[in-house]
Design a protein around this ligand. Sequence first.
Ligand code: O7E
Length: 221
Amino acid sequence: MEKKSCMILALDVSDREEALKIAEDVSEFVDAVKVGYPLVLATGLGIIRELSEFAPIIADFKVADIPNTNHLICEQVFEAGADAVIVQGFTGRDSLDACIEVASEYGKDVFVVSEMSHPGGAEFLQPVGEAIARMAAQAGAFGLVAPATRPERVKAIRKIIGDKLTIISPGVGAQGGKASDVIAAGADWVIVGRSIYRADSPRKAAREIAAEIEAGPNGEN
Ligand code: O7E
């Protein structure tokens, strides 16, 4: 995944035509498109290959099962044409290893959720987030998912993993995070959904967030 705009679109719409139109319209301003349950359950797994015409696809299935089931899920995801898969870290090292093994067979990437961006993310996951980040680094994951709503947590996780892993960070806009703050805290990419796909002009919204990232937290870049 090439880092240009430092932005990933979370395409959580449920209509195929709308999804394809938004992806095409914003492709100039995003480095990847994240596809998850809302879109895949509504339209089918084939949407991944259709969207891959516009950008690399990150399949957000937050895979969280025993190693054998994780293995089977990841095979389906990569056969469908995804460039990366998002998995949960709390299921432990063997479950994560199963995902990384399949990803490396296909030459693809694994992102591990260390902690989540919503208020409930602080309840159970945050206290173990740093341990999950360490495990993901040791296991050889490509990246971590860390919360844009708490830039200080992104900073803490970056300190732990150094440059070993990339960080993708959801929670910008609709959940209150500011893109340039999160990049300054150490994220490689922000993930943005509603602020783009619900805008009157998704293209204009994506262009504005990309410009804000480029300008930096105080517009000084
Ligand atoms: O709030 P939005 O509309 O900008 O969308 C954010 C997207 O990121 C949405 O798809 C949601 O499911 C996802 N997300 C979070 O918001 N918080 C998290 O902690 C984790 C994710 C996520 O995608 O996990 C894998 C990246």
